[in-house]
Ligand binder design. Structure first.
Ligand SMILES: Cc1cc2nc3c(=O)[nH]c(=O)nc-3n(C[C@H](O)[C@H](O)[C@H](O)COP(=O)(O)OP(=O)(O)OC[C@H]3O[C@@H](n4cnc5c(N)ncnc54)[C@H](O)[C@@H]3O)c2cc1C
Length: 427
């Protein structure tokens, strides 16, 4: 049987020990079968197990093989599109619920880390950095908007303020979110998976789901086994492929690339990021970076539409790193990897049901570390019969990419080119 290993990333190289879980064999029955062991799947499984459900998770490769084990590690509040856009799309009651949930994911992560003693280098504090005055004005508006929803741990930074937290001349100001922060993303999901198993949950790795048979008691098939369940949760996100046509129709997998430098030493690390906050800039095609526990700079950016793997990741990302930190011109890059997130046209997550008993959440469009943890809670609530918060997400309208599936990549690449120009000229 084929065995899919982790990609060659800094995270895989510094992962906490984890067992190789056996592939699914034979016929099984459970309450909930979850497809995909990233944050969405594992978080849902954990909430359900805490409520007394029996849960089996089927993962095509390894726990955290997808975006959850490869991302920038940034705990960023809210969604890829902000609450003002949501307010225009749904009624006031749903907007209120979605607004409150926009700041819940970071709390869930911290609770989980504490309750299950997860060793994932959790650090507090995230910075949004403005490259021009227009972006800084936008951050002022964002602060006011988030404060309206009760999120008050925010501080605007002027040019001196931003230089006290990021050692570069690149920014004109920024906003510090004290409830943001960063983690070793693979170790977070590995720790959550161990928590799932500590509560009696079952995880099978190397078990790609090849078919889902809908019905009163759906059946999930892998090459060598099947699971009958009262409910199915689909959490394959950008790696799901065409398993369920309705989920593929309104979304597009995209790649983002990350590099990890050699360890920089304490002095250089403190020059770059004196408070050890994580940073993302305000461009549409954004740079995001932070320090690892062993003082490497983990720097991400770039978007490849259609999730093709770029040939030379270092060549793609290094210029962005040097634009921000020219002092690193001779630094060695120890690791470079790519991962896929799922883009929707609105850049808001897609949450819903196929029939009565197949639930899904996908498409958080780049900002998913916090959202996926909220999604787990909301899906578990809905399966338990409390669907108010699930319905608030499900009410968000979604549209197919213009031109249909074949044209999704060129269309969106054109959009990206437009945003790149806009970023560059501060439009
Ligand atoms: C490079 C990169 C950097 C990012 N940086 C950040 C960041 O700093 N902050 C932030 O908030 N967000 C970030 N994101 C987004 C965030 O990582 C994702 O939104 C989030 O991890 C999605 O989690 P998920 O569980 O929904 O999907 P994934 O983590 O992708 O998990 C899906 C899992 O499902 C499995 N699967 C798929 N199909 C099947 C099948 N048929 N059978 C069985 N299993 C299947 C896959 O193997 C995979 O393990 C980044 C994304 C990328 C790619």
């Amino acid at each position: 049987m084929s065995h899919t290993p982790y990609p060659d990333s800094y995270y895989a190289a510094s992962a906490n020990p984890a067992p190789d879980r056996p592939a699914l064999q034979g016929d099984h029955e459970t309450d909930v079968c979850v497809i995909g062991a990233g944050y969405t799947g594992i978080s849902t499984a954990l909430f359900l197990l805490e409520q007394g459900f029996r849960v089996t998770v089927l993962e095509a490769a390894r726990v955290g093989f997808g975006a959850s084990g490869r991302n920038g590690g940034q705990i960023v509040n809210s969604y890829s599109r902000d609450l003002d856009v949501i307010e225009k799309q749904v009624g006031p009651q749903q907007a209120r619920l979605l607004g409150e949930m926009a700041f819940e994911g970071g709390r869930i992560i911290r609770e989980r880390v504490q309750r299950y003693a997860i060793d994932c280098d959790l650090k507090d504090g995230g910075v949004f950095a403005a490259i021009n005055a227009k972006q800084l004005r936008h951050l002022e508006q964002q602060k006011a908007l988030w404060e309206r929803y009760g999120h008050t741990q925010l501080e605007l930074l002027d040019d001196r303020g931003i230089r006290s937290v990021v050692g570069t001349e690149r920014y004109v100001g920024g906003m510090l979110d004290r409830s943001g922060g960063h983690i070793h993303p693979l170790n977070l999901v590995l720790g959550e998976a161990a928590a799932v198993e500590s509560l009696g949950g079952i995880i099978h790795e190397q078990s790609p789901v090849v078919k889902v048979q809908q019905g009163a008691m759906p059946v999930v098939f892998t090459a060598q086994g099947q699971v009958r369940a009262r409910f199915v949760v689909v959490a394959g996100n950008a790696y799901l492929g065409d398993l369920l046509a309705p989920l593929a129709a309104k979304s597009m997998p995209c790649g983002s690339q990350v590099i990890a430098t050699e360890p920089l030493g304490e002095e250089m690390a403190r020059r770059l990021l004196p408070q050890d906050y994580c940073v993302e800039d305000c461009n549409y095609l954004l740079d995001y970076y932070r320090l690892s526990a062993d003082r490497r700079l983990i720097f991400g950016g770039g978007v490849v539409y259609g999730a093709r793997d770029p040939a030379n990741i270092e060549a793609l990302i290094r210029p962005n790193l040097l634009r921000t930190f020219p002092a690193l011109r001779d630094v060695k890059i120890d690791y470079a990897w790519t991962g896929n997130f799922l883009l929707t046209l609105s850049r808001l997550p897609q949450v819903g049901r196929l029939g009565d008993n197949i639930y899904y959440s996908q498409g958080c469009s780049g900002h998913g570390v916090t959202y996926t943890h909220v999604a787990g809670k909301v899906l578990a609530e809905a399966i338990r019969g409390q669907a108010e918060r699930f319905d608030a997400f499900a009410a968000l309208p979604h549209y197919p990419f213009p031109g249909g599936r074949l044209f999704r990549v060129p269309f969106t690449a054109l959009g990206a080119w437009y945003y790149q120009l806009r970023d560059r000229f501060g439009g």
